[in-house]
Every structure is written in C-alpha cells, then in structure tokens.
Design a protein around this ligand. Structure first.
Ligand code: ATP
Ligand code: MG
Ligand code: FE
Length: 334
C-alpha cells in the first residue's frame, strides 16, 4: 500500500512516499541546478557527487515527512533509466540497499513512464491514452492501450523540446535551464519572426527542433553583426509559438487517428504556460470528447512521487527486480 520511491536520473535527487498510486505522503526534491548553472548544463560527474551527498538525507526526510518507517512500506521503487549512468547508479544502489535491509521487493521504473504517471495525481488515467512527453531529453508521442503498456508512435529526430529551450536561452544570455524564463518572456512579446514549423505538415508523428534552433541562432547572430539587438520578448514569443504550434498540431492529429479517451502532456516542458493554455484551447475545440490531463506544475519536473505512482502498475504486473538490477542509461519505453 505504501511505496518508497527514489529518483536520481539527472540533476534532482528525490525520494517520495506514495500511497495507493494516487496519494503523495512526501516528495522531497533536492535540486542541483545552482551547481550546474555556471557550466550552462548538467555536468555528469558533479551530478553524481551531489546524489551521493543527498540521497540518505532525502530518504530520511521522505520517511519523516510521511510519518512512516520502513516497517510500514510494501516496496521500494527506483528509476533504472533513461538518464546519466553515474547518477542512476546512486539511486539504484541506495534503493537496493534499503530494500535488502528491510526485506522489501524492489521495483524498477522507467523515468519517462514516471513522467506520464505524474498525471495520475490529478486524474484517473483512462485508456487508450496518448501521452505527449516533452522534457529535457525527450519529445515523443506515446500510445498506451492500458496501464504499463507503451508504444512510441513518434519522436524527435534531433533535439528534444526542452533542450531547444535551453540552447536558445543560452544564445539570449539567459541562465540554465532557461525554459521557464523564456516562457515568462514569451507572454510579454509577439510572434514577429515567425520561425519555421518543422515537420508540421508531414504525415507522421515525428518532431524536429534543430532547424528552429539554427534559424533562431542565425537571426540573433546576424543582428549582432549589424550591431542590432533584438527584443528578447519577441524572440522568446516567436520561438515558443513555433514549438507550441508543432507540438499541439501533431498531438491533436495523433489523438484523432488513434481515437484515444485521454491526452496526457508530461515532462519538464509540460510546465510551459503557453503550451498548457494552447493545448487546452485546441483540444476542447477539435476533440472535446478527449480529456486533457496535465500534471500540476510542481510534478512536471523530475521528482520521485511520479516514480512511485508508476511503480504501483509495475507491481500489479509483477515486474520486480533483484539485487542484480543495473542502470540502463538509454532505456526506452516499450
Ligand atoms: P528527461 O526527462 O528527458 O530524461 P530531464 O529529466 O532532464 O530529461 P525534465 O527535468 O523532465 O528533463 O525537464 C527539464 C526541462 O524542462 C528543461 O529543458 C527546462 O528548460 C524545461 N522547462 C522547465 N520549465 C519550462 C517551461 N515553463 N517552459 C519550457 N520548458 C521548461
Ligand atoms: Mg532536471
Ligand atoms: Fe525528466
């Protein structure tokens, strides 16, 4: 009934206690962004060190805040991939040790499944379900015929949406990660540059964001060479509108084609206010019969509660691991 969940795939060390896949008793997140900011991205070695320093405190705090101890738990869940191998191994090792010490079953969870299951804290999932996963490392459309079953029907051919945000943010002189700040600037500006909407008209469910990134960088550099500085608000608004148009356009078409009951938008970029608003507007107009579920803001980024929610499904399907569990940095959903 209670699962202790551990997440350490990237730059957040997180431990949560989740009850019945729907209730968060605690969700401790120790973020490392301040340490990575000055490098303009996540440095794997630095990430691993932070996880080692933080993991025990996060575990103790998660149990304390939930008001439970090991004897109350039914299982331990942990992210096994995708992510940075050194970072993943810290969480896996801690989870294994805890599970072994307290004789609890160990449940391996895919990080991207976790992002999808973050939605379950807002709304019961219904199938068939389409998930748009938009994060720092992924942009994909995933069809779920039922709990715990995943079929990737389209994905980015180059950069992930969050990665594109962070890269253009760097060119704009914003600090890492820049998704949130671009989102805020975008609301103050207008789409005056009208960047390309890559692959929007193509008859597939794939994405591409590297052309948009190049168009953006060229525009800024050419302006710089002429001694001009472009308005950051309009740049942000133009970039964001291009990303949103493509994400919404393709997702709506996928929902239509696969006749789903629900659409879940998840991952770090699902925190984007423009995307949330625009997706809701277009979905209610074009596909009012499909329920749109987006996790609440604080559950869009990496956290262990989402791993706990996904773990209940894995437990139902008897997909447990033993002490041999290893990190799978390139794990895909399938
Ligand atoms: P993955 O989940 O693919 O393994 P990750 O765990 O590093 O990658 P997340 O933590 O899920 O990624 O998401 C982080 C990304 O979300 C960053 O690229 C960040 O810029 C982006 N992001 C966060 N908030 C917003 C926002 N409001 N608008 C756009 N992007 C955002
Ligand atoms: Mg992160
Ligand atoms: Fe993530």
């Amino acid at each position: 009934k209670l699962i202790l969940a551990v997440e350490s795939s990237c730059d957040e060390t997180s431990v949560a206690v989740v009850e019945d896949a729907t209730k968060i008793l605690s969700n401790i997140v120790a973020s490392q962004v301040l340490s990575h900011k000055r490098f303009g991205g996540v440095v794997p070695e630095v990430a691993s060190r932070h996880h080692v320093e933080q993991i025990i405190f996060c575990m103790e705090e998660a149990l304390e805040e939930a008001g439970v101890d090991a004897a109350d738990l039914g299982a331990v869940a942990v992210t096994f991939g995708p992510g940075l191998v050194g970072a993943l191994l810290i969480g896996i090792t801690a989870a294994k040790a805890f599970a072994w010490a307290h004789q609890l079953p160990l449940i391996p969870v895919n990080h991207m499944a976790g992002h999808i299951y973050a939605a379950q804290f807002s709304h019961q999932l219904e199938f068939p379900l389409m998930a748009l996963l938009v994060s720092g490392g992924h942009t994909e459309l995933v069809l779920m015929p039922e709990h715990g079953e995943y079929q990737i029907i389209g994905e980015t051919r180059d950069d992930a949406a969050g990665e594109a945000y962070d890269k253009v943010g760097r060119v704009m002189g914003l600090s890492y990660p820049s998704g949130k700040e671009i989102d805020e600037l975008a609301h103050l500006g207008e789409d005056v540059y009208h960047f390309p909407r890559a692959m929007l008209k193509e008859d597939n469910y794939d994405f591409s964001f590297s052309g948009l990134k190049s168009a953006f960088i060229n525009l800024v550099h050419n302006a710089e060479q002429r001694g001009q500085t472009l308005d950051k608000k309009d740049l942000a608004a133009s970039f964001q509108q291009s990303v949103i148009d493509v994400l919404v356009g393709k997702t709506v078409r996928a929902c239509e084609a696969y006749q789903v009951k629900q659409l879940v938008v998840a991952g770090g970029v699902a925190a984007n206010k423009g995307l949330r608003t625009h997706m809701a507007a277009v979905m209610s107009e074009r596909l009012p019969e499909v329920t749109l579920v987006i996790p609440e803001l604080k559950l869009c980024g990496d956290n262990a509660a989402m791993i706990g929610a996904a773990a209940f499904v894995e437990a139902d399907k008897q997909r447990f691991a033993d002490g041999h569990l290893n990190a799978v940095p390139g794990a895909t959903l399938c």
